[in-house]
Write a protein that binds this ligand. Sequence first.
Ligand code: FAD
Ligand code: SF4
Length: 396
Amino acid sequence: MAVVVLQDKCKGCKLCLKACPFEAIDMVDKLAVINEKCTACGACIEACPFNAIIKEENDAPKKDLSAYKNVWVFAEQREGKIMPVVIELLGEGRKLADEIGTDLCAIVLGNNIEDLSKELIAYGADKVYLAQHELLEKFTTDGYTKVITDAINEIKPEIVLLGATHIGRDLAPRVAARVDTGLTADCTKLEIDPEDKKIMQTRPAFGGNIMATIVCPNHRPQMSTVRPGVMDKAHRDDSRTGEVIEIDVKLSKEDMRTEVVEIVKTKKEMVSLTDADVIVSGGRGLGKPEGFELLKQLADKLGGVVGASRATVDAGWIDHSHQVGQTGTTVKPKIYIACGISGAIQHLAGMQSSDIIIAINKNANAPIFEVADFGIVGDLYDVVPALMDALDRAED
Ligand code: FAD
Ligand code: SF4
């Protein structure tokens, strides 16, 4: 949509100049003229008292939405290994495809990665689109965007799902803009509307205080990113068969504005919260960073890892990679033990699907107890050592 000034209505009052946050309006012969900095934000339309500025519908021909078929999952791989979120997307994609009555397809990019097709089919893909090229050896935004955009324009999937990983978050908005469609980021629930078979994409909005369900009625494909750890994983069945389709990759060095010279892995200890069966999480109730050492001892005894609330991460007590919640990691372990965590909605958003939640808090009215399967009211510095003693006794 473009913003245009109706010259016969413009009085040259310049109110729109003040209203525009992007300096996108010039005065030429006492008339407002929109320049190339315009982002179509519409602020000037509100400001003009003479209704002299309007948004004009793009007159590009409308897409034939019926030409778009099948559910696609972007099968992100790193160093030849499928990312765990892909298995979750294939599980969810299978349900969506079955409800619409279409195929579930995976699109995987890289170099010398044909072996991954079998794995993707075993996890539920009916078709695998395989894009191999030496310039796709390592992820680059330009390379991946071009290949996926070309594939979408040619093959026309109805739904495209990506993991909300660093790569997925980088890629999805670019691809969506190039193929002229919408994107719902960080979805926590995907459903098919039984009436019109469109996908209903639910995600937290307004700081997690409401859940918004978003549809994409007029554009295709319907695109969503989904946070790792939210959806159930697909089951592997190595007896499944499927079709592998090689994509004719049209990519040259001129398409790439960046070159990956070297990948240097961070040396800090990274915690894999999404894969853990047991998470022992600490909140501000720990009172001091050293409190996490006690939680680590309990986590080690249970074969688990340490999680954290944002309050402790913001306080610099522990690294962000441990943070559970809306702006941290979404987790679904078998056992989640929340120690000294109040249970703010943003924290609950990341852990309330855990199988068993145990809360330790000295305030009996803390909201965490509303989602807890087992609640212990008490000082964590008494309760956690007592739990460890009990575990030691049980081992003897
Ligand atoms: P507090 O709320 O201060 O709770 C501390 C608890 O410890 C209290 O309930 C207290 O009774 C208890 N306690 C104190 N001493 C002891 C003791 N000795 N023994 C036992 N219990 C004790 N938060 C997240 O966690 N993850 C997120 O991803 C996240 N994202 C956010 C995104 C947005 C946009 C916003 C606005 C906020 C976000 N937050 C997030 C912050 C969230 O709102 C809360 O501020 C935060 O979760 C509170 O952390 P806490 O429970 O550790 O601290
Ligand atoms: Fe013209 Fe309206 Fe801008 Fe005033 S606010 S200069 S009338 S377009």
